[in-house]
Design a protein around this ligand. Structure first.
Ligand SMILES: Nc1ncnc2c1ncn2[C@@H]1O[C@H](COP(=O)(O)OP(=O)(O)O)[C@@H](O)[C@H]1O
Ligand SMILES: [Mg+2]
Length: 221
């Protein structure tokens, strides 16, 4: 019912971490999720298959001509499909954008993150024009350090380029690194709360139509 694609041409910007958070939070809210990893490093795919704590179907698809069909097939089977992409401009990324109901563009605290986010946003626009539809895209600030000059600067630059943003920011948290080993997404503390707040916000903006009502946080904030 909802295909979410993580994209930015900046490597190491937090795409896979963001994908993990959303998969985990939506799963913890009790909905079904399918995953497609189009990055041949297979970080998201192996995160799921090595641990398989959540019993989530995950496919590694490196043949870009198969991405759209597989995403649509999974979309009929599960409430939500999360598609992760590699940190470079590729045909795979364009197909992953083309079938998305929402593209999330993670931005960390550097100028290069903003520069690549701007390029990625243009690419989403262009993929939408090709498919004759508007593909919504939102910046998600991640690895974010509040109350710092760099944080302010990055937000200012993103605003200057008129990139739409999610108001939930994912802070620089060790828990987001720990999840890469544990295969589990925090269901408590700040990390759990931020992931769930992000899902709530996407629900509020009608990007998750399978959620009939806004889910209540499972953690105390
Ligand atoms: N909010 C965050 N807090 C702490 N570390 C983060 C956060 N987001 C990403 N990272 C770290 O940044 C690095 C790159 O993230 P990753 O999700 O692999 O990026 P990408 O998939 O875009 O290449 C990883 O080591 C990850 O743990
Ligand atoms: Mg990645």
């Amino acid at each position: 019912m909802s295909i979410l694609t993580m994209a930015t041409s900046k490597g190491g910007a937090g795409k896979t971490t963001l994908a993990q958070l959303i998969v985990g939070a939506v799963h913890n809210f009790g909905y079904t999720v399918g995953v497609i990893d189009t990055d041949e490093n297979a970080t998201l795919h192996s995160w799921l298959t090595d641990n398989n704590n959540m019993a989530i179907e995950s496919k590694l698809i490196t043949d870009e001509t198969k991405i759209v069909a597989e995403a649509k097939k999974m979309d009929r089977k599960y409430d939500m499909v999360v598609v992760d992409t590699a940190g470079m401009r590729s045909q795979a990324t364009i197909f992953a954008m083309g079938c998305a109901d929402l593209v999330l563009i993670p931005v960390q605290m550097s100028k290069a993150d903003v520069v690549e986010a701007v390029k990625t946003y243009k690419l989403v626009r262009s993929a939408g024009a090709m498919a004759e539809k508007i593909i919504p895209a939102r910046v998600v600030f991640t690895d974010y350090t509040p109350k710092t000059n760099v944080g302010k600067q990055v937000r200012k630059k993103v605003a200057k380029h008129e990139l739409p943003t999610m108001k939930t920011r994912l802070h620089h948290l060790v828990a987001y690194k720990e999840q890469s080993f544990s295969g589990k997404v925090a269901n408590k503390g700040t990390a759990g709360a931020q992931a769930q707040l992000l899902v709530q916000e996407m629900c509020e903006q009608n990007f998750l139509p399978f959620m009939r009502e806004q889910p209540e946080l499972l953690v105390a904030v």
